[in-house]
Write a protein that binds this ligand. Structure first.
Ligand SMILES: C[S@@+](CC[C@H](N)C(=O)[O-])C[C@H]1O[C@@H](n2cnc3c(N)ncnc32)[C@H](O)[C@@H]1O
Length: 324
């Protein structure tokens, strides 16, 4: 049996304490920027609500499938094969830890650490206490205190744009990636101009909106999405390049969603999970969006190359490794 605790002590630059499956630093540094503090509080709230939802497995299943397509795996088995030579894995911004748990199950030979700034880490450590190769750490992923080049698979899925300075976070995470390792990262993609303007306005406004009002707002957006979807209308939109609106056949709800306002609605998920998705978008103060050129420049300037690239309406994602 491997001694994971011994291995963990060697992975960090600073002394750590390990209590069961939860890691903390002996000398903790609680200095968090105010936007990041807001993002931390908001996500602590989101995950606490998510943990109580009955059909949360639907969210996990959708997320597992999406992960495979975001990072170029044909199937879960393909991911399992890929993980065979990965001995250290971190899931940065792990939320409730369900993906970290997935990796730890698919790669029982590997040491897996889920890291998140929010209190979700503590819930995750409680839920997933059975796997001996899985640990959790509550920390800012821009400064994990892990040693450089120590991690074979660094995952940062749907997270980097919530960090205080995504470019700096990318640099830190690429430095952690081992010489033979890969860094899988997801970036929100810039949308049409009206949607960007509304999103930016709201992000500023959310600084002074209470959590209760934010949840109400998320519920109203969900209701709007639901009602638009139930109209069951499709139509042909013209191209409007100056606003970044692409022409084509749209369902009316998707047209408004992509171009004006995130009013997410997924009939299979129902109200609660859809509401959490809307909350997840508008509540955090930090949620930067990127163009393709910006992502490519971040990758290049960190001396990384693209091993796999994916793009879709919502995002850019890929697996990156170090240039020799
Ligand atoms: C949209 S959720 C994604 C969670 C998970 N990766 C998933 O795919 O379900 C973003 C997560 O990033 C975390 N986060 C945001 N900024 C962070 C930071 N600077 N350091 C660590 N975690 C952060 C939030 O607390 C939240 O749990």
């Amino acid at each position: 049996m491997k001694n994971y605790q011994e291995q963990l002590h060697l992975l960090f630059e600073e002394p750590i304490l390990i209590q069961d499956n939860f890691i903390s630093f002996k000398e903790s540094d609680a200095n968090i920027e105010s936007n990041q503090q807001q993002t931390k509080d908001i996500f602590s709230d989101k995950w606490e609500s998510t943990d109580k939802i009955e059909n949360v497995e639907k969210l996990y299943d959708t997320q597992y499938k999406w992960f495979l397509s975001l990072y170029g795996f044909q199937s879960e088995n393909d991911l399992k094969e890929y993980l065979k030579d990965k001995h250290t894995i971190i899931d940065t911004g792990c939320g409730l830890g369900y993906k970290a748990q997935w990796f730890a199950t698919l790669a029982p030979h590997a040491l897996v650490i889920g890291i998140d700034i929010s209190d979700s880490c503590k819930i995750a450590a409680r839920i997933f206490s059975q796997l001996e190769n899985l640990f959790f750490l509550q920390s800012d992923i821009a400064d994990t205190k892990l040693k450089k080049s120590s991690i074979d698979f660094v995952v940062c899925d749907q997270v980097i744009m919530h960090t205080e300075n995504p470019e700096k976070t990318f640099t830190h995470l690429s430095e952690l990636t081992s010489e033979v390792g890969e860094f899988a990262c997801y970036f929100y993609r810039k949308k049409a101009l009206p949607r960007e303007l509304v999103d930016d306005y709201f992000r500023t406004a959310t600084h002074s909106i209470s959590k209760e009002e934010m949840w109400q707002f998320s519920e109203q957006l969900t209701e709007l999405g639901k009602r638009l979807n139930e109209l069951n209308i499709t139509f042909e939109s013209p191209d409007i390049p100056l606003l970044g609106i692409k022409g084509g056949t749209y369902d009316i709800q998707r047209f408004i969603y992509w171009n004006f306002l995130k009013c997410y609605w997924n009939p299979e998920w129902g109200i609660e999970l859809s509401k959490i998705t809307n909350f997840d978008w508008y509540a955090p103060s930090n949620a930067k969006r990127f163009s393709k050129e910006e992502v490519q420049e971040i990758v290049r300037s960190n001396n990384m190359k693209v091993a796999y690239w994916h793009e879709e309406e919502a995002c850019y994602s890929g697996r990156f490794n170090k240039l020799n």
